[in-house]
Ligand binder design. Structure first.
Ligand code: HEM
Length: 56
């Protein structure tokens, strides 16, 4: 699978190739999939990464 570019990622949801992620946080915790993608389990870390993704 090709990894997507992250520039402007906050403006183009729903995310992941099948649109299963309804929030940026869901792209990180894999909660919309059976298969773990990024596996960021800690909510605080997820919030920090989401804040970063919103700046791209
Ligand atoms: C700081 C590190 C990373 C961040 C913040 C990050 C973030 C993201 C985000 C937000 C998406 C969704 C993009 C979209 O739907 O438009 C994504 C997709 C993806 N990422 Fe990452 N990623 C990181 C590292 C990685 C690494 C290391 C890998 C693989 C070794 C990876 C593999 C993928 C793949 C395959 C997708 C597409 C999945 C799909 O569409 O179903 N990512 N990433």
């Amino acid at each position: 699978m090709q990894t997507p570019r992250l520039g402007g990622v906050a403006y183009r949801g729903p995310w992941l190739h099948d649109g299963c992620a309804r929030s940026l946080a869901q792209t990180l915790d894999g909660s919309c999939r059976d298969v773990e993608l990024h596996g960021v389990a800690d909510p605080e870390q997820r919030a920090e990464i989401v804040a970063y993704l919103r700046t791209l």
